[in-house]
Write a protein that binds this ligand. Structure first.
Ligand SMILES: NC(=O)c1ccc[n+]([C@@H]2O[C@H](COP(=O)([O-])OP(=O)(O)OC[C@H]3O[C@@H](n4cnc5c(N)ncnc54)[C@H](OP(=O)(O)O)[C@@H]3O)[C@@H](O)[C@H]2O)c1
Length: 343
């Protein structure tokens, strides 16, 4: 167990775009510090540390695992590297915070989570959204509104990145595509609203240039609850969640997966669509933008690390396995395989 008086020393593998957001979140006074970075090119690791702080730059995993003086590792490499990088860290006795999705398949995610469980080390998917206070508030209001009755959800996560075919978002060899990049957020939200969802139907479009999935709409159910999930990389927005019940609606947006999203509730309309005057918005919960959104997940990870736990309640191993199983099921139904999966 870690000494509670010392800051957690972090190492970063894959010092790219999101690793910079992570390093900025380490400025939050409630969390640890950047100690080391590992790139395929030591000069890039050094440039990252020059910008964000930290003293140990490495140009190979082998050197990083042998020499880095770190308490935990943040893995921010492209999707197809996550499981292998995480397993190498766990084997070296290092706890891991792994960017989403934890792996490209349920089998690989399970291999990482089982390795962590059997070695008593913490391995957590960096589903930062699960830790945000506004998202937690939304989920608690959504549960109150539905109680045990019917509910209909709409979850959207669409954006239109202007990137070429080699970029990791579109590159099949790096397991790019909408499902693993943004679908994982939307399906996670669906699982929080539905519990264990059943996949009813889906439709998708392809990136004709690179062969990855460009967009999809998915229908999921659990008892009297049903959710439509749409995600994609072809149009800009919407990026909201709506949850409608006989007791009213709860909404999260405009960018529901961030610390900036606001929770709004709405009283039920009469059967003709009219609402009693003044009852349109019952409650509006402003987002907490006082600290970087990533700091919440880092704080939860560090709390579990110090307590010697291998799991975090907001993102349990079972949740991660379930969402990866759903992604496997979708990919199988679409016939989507990455080049490294084709024998
Ligand atoms: N939580 C969020 O909000 C969020 C947002 C964006 C992305 N992400 C996730 O974060 C991960 C990284 O995304 P990013 O946008 O930061 O990507 P990025 O800017 O391309 O950074 C990824 C880094 O991984 C390293 N890398 C190792 N092997 C690689 C390979 N074979 N090909 C390319 N790069 C390789 C590269 O560093 P070197 O070249 O220096 O080795 C690269 O800088 C992805 O899993 C993504 O889904 C999360």
């Amino acid at each position: 167990m870690m000494d509670s008086t010392k800051p957690v020393r972090w190492g970063v593998i894959g010092p790219g775009r999101i690793a910079a957001t992570f390093a900025a979140a380490l400025q939050d006074p409630a969390v640890g510090m950047l100690q080391a970075a590992c790139s395929r090119d030591r000069a890039r690791a050094q440039a990252f540390l020059d910008e964000h702080g930290g003293s140990q730059a490495f140009g190979s995993m082998a050197a990083f695992l042998q020499e880095a003086e770190v308490d935990a590792v943040y893995i921010a490499t492209p999707h197809m590297r996550h499981a292998e990088d995480a397993l190498a860290c766990l084997e070296a006795g290092l706890p891991v915070l792994i960017e989403k999705p934890l792996a490209t398949s349920e089998a690989d995610a399970s291999a990482v989570l089982s390795a962590a469980e059997s070695s008593g080390l913490l391995a957590m998917e960096a589903m930062w959204t699960a830790f945000l206070p506004n998202v937690k508030r939304f989920l608690s209001l959504a549960e109150q509104a539905a109680q045990d009755g019917p509910a209909v959800g709409h979850i959207d996560f669409q954006f239109a990145p202007d990137v070429g075919p080699d970029h990791r978002l579109r590159n099949a060899a790096l397991a790019g595509g909408a499902l693993l990049d943004v679908g994982v957020y939307a399906l996670s939200m669906a699982s929080w609203l539905l519990g264990q969802p059943a996949l009813v139907a889906s439709s998708m479009t392809w990136d004709s240039e690179t062969g990855v999935d460009r967009s999809a709409s998915v229908v999921l159910t659990a008892g009297e609850r049903r959710v439509t999930v749409s995600f994609g990389m072809d149009v800009d927005g919407p990026r909201t969640v709506q949850w409608s019940t006989p007791r009213g609606r709860v909404m999260l947006g405009p960018d529901w997966f961030t610390e900036r999203a606001v929770v709004t509730t709405e009283a039920p309309a009469k059967w003709d669509g009219r609402r009693p005057a003044g009852s349109l918005v019952n409650e509006e919960v402003a987002a907490d933008v006082s600290r970087p959104g990533f700091a919440y997940q880092v704080e939860a990870f560090e709390r579990a690390l110090r307590a010697g736990r291998t799991n975090v309640p907001e993102r349990t191993a079972d949740d991660v396995r379930m969402v990866h199983r759903l992604m496997d099921e979708l990919r199988a139904s679409w016939g989507l395989r990455y080049p490294f999966e084709v024998a």
